[in-house]
Design a protein around this ligand. Structure first.
Ligand SMILES: [Zn+2]
Ligand SMILES: [Zn+2]
Length: 141
């Protein structure tokens, strides 16, 4: 089984993912933007069992502004690690956290909130796909 390791900004916390993700893409929502300080969040979604904190687990802090997203970071450097999505039953390990993993985005979500239009030909969901509790509606690029 393939395994990829990544760390926070300072290296105190290490995350290991194994197997294949459930989905990959870009989130354009205002929460991801505010949290990441970037225009989009590149996400890779995993079953919780596929994600392990393999170093520095006691150095991880978290904050949940809403029940759908518990965002975690390293207490030493503030570097972001992952977001747990309990209602979806998945964990977003930011693509930037696991640089050796080949990021292959398939979708853009929450495109109605975008500040950075991306003309890459991938589907642009207004909010989320139907199977993930969204409207399933798409928007033009
Ligand atoms: Zn750190
Ligand atoms: Zn988002």
């Amino acid at each position: 089984m393939s395994e990829h390791k990544g760390t926070c900004f300072c290296g105190a916390v290490e995350v290991t993912v194994s197997g294949d993700p459930a989905g990959m893409g870009y989130c354009h929502c205002g929460s991801c933007r505010s949290w990441s300080a970037g225009p989009v969040n590149a996400f890779t979604l995993w079953q919780p069992s596929a994600v392990k904190i393999t170093r520095g687990a006691d150095n991880v802090a978290s904050f949940a502004k809403t029940p759908t997203s518990k965002r975690t970071w390293c207490k030493t450097c503030g570097g972001h690690l992952l977001t747990e999505h309990p209602t979806m039953g998945l964990v977003d390990v930011y693509a930037a956290t696991i640089p050796s993993f080949a990021f292959k985005p398939g979708i853009h979500v929450h495109y109605q909130e975008t500040v950075l239009r991306v003309r890459d030909g991938l589907p642009k969901m207004k909010d989320m796909p139907k199977e993930m509790g969204g409207s399933g509606a798409t928007l033009p690029e």
